[in-house]
Design a protein around this ligand. Structure first.
Ligand code: NAD
Length: 244
């Protein structure tokens, strides 16, 4: 348990819900959720229903929750049109960063959920890389392009008074999943299992949702500590963590 006040953006989603539950399980007494839709009801959590791309909604949640730590997991699901990604991932994240840094805000730390897809162009395999690998010149699709833009804004915003961090999960599985298993099920149901792309040696990363959620808690805890490699010639000012 800490003295922090947590606001989980997208806290009614698959990953966001696990983060909320882990915060409550470890005894945090100040946990709030901001989401466009309410799917959960807890007596010890304050829910703010609003749109991330609307400054007044975000401002209201930050002020009323008195948040000191923001964990930003909100995004439209993969496979939708560019406009909604631009609105939520780019404009929404920009709005959130601005409001977190406004004079009335108490936010000191922000953890952003990015995606492993930000470094994948779809044209070449990626093997044994870490977070130092560059973004591809051509992003895989609009979803990943806007996740790159959001991630860059989040990392650029990092400073001594407002610490930021970006986490890049690959595929996430576990209880509460609304995308992956239903997608696999539809493939089977539609008889689409008779095709094979590649020679069956390609690998992909999948991480259990509880571990991804735990990584967000650890990242938010560690953000207040001094970065251990600050004596490097070209110190990394903000941290990207890839999960796989
Ligand atoms: P999810 O759809 O279950 O949760 C996202 C939440 O964001 C939802 O509750 C949704 O209502 C909320 N949201 C969407 N637009 C909003 C808006 N305008 N304002 C406020 N809230 C809004 O998705 P998830 O699987 O939990 O993914 C969480 C994060 O992890 C996302 O940022 C996603 O890009 C990233 N991610 C997910 C996977 C995966 O396999 N699920 C893999 C890599 C990265």
């Amino acid at each position: 348990m800490s003295s922090e006040s947590y606001l989980v953006i997208g806290g009614c989603g698959f990953l966001g819900r696990h983060i909320v539950e882990q915060l409550l399980e470890r005894g945090e007494s100040q946990v709030s959720v901001f989401d466009i839709v309410q799917r959960h009801f807890d007596s010890n959590v304050t829910f703010f229903i609003g749109d991330l791309s609307k400054a007044e909604d975000v401002q209201n949640a930050l002020q009323k929750s008195q948040a000191t730590v923001v964990i930003h997991t909100a995004s439209p699901a993969h496979g939708m049109g560019r406009a909604i990604y631009e609105k939520v991932n780019v404009e929404g994240t920009r709005t959130l960063l601005e409001e977190c840094q406004s004079t009335t805000s108490k936010v000191k730390k922000l953890v952003y959920t990015s995606s492993g897809g930000v470094i994948y162009s779809g044209e070449e395999d990626i093997t044994n890389v870490d977070e130092r690998v560059d973004y591809p010149s051509k992003p895989l699709d609009a979803y990943n392009e806007t996740k790159v833009s959001a991630e860059k804004m989040v990392l650029k915003a990092n400073n001594d008074n407002f610490k930021t961090c970006s986490i890049r999960p690959a595929g996430i599985f576990g209880p509460g999943d609304r995308q992956m298993i239903s997608g696999f099920y539809n493939v089977v149901k539609n008889g689409q299992t008779k095709w094979q792309i590649g020679d069956n040696t390609n690998l992909g990363d999948f991480t259990y949702v509880g571990n991804v959620a735990y990584a967000h808690l650890l990242a938010s805890d560690k953000l207040s500590e001094i970065y251990p490699y600050s004596n490097l010639r070209d110190p990394i000012s903000s941290i990207n963590i890839s999960l796989g």
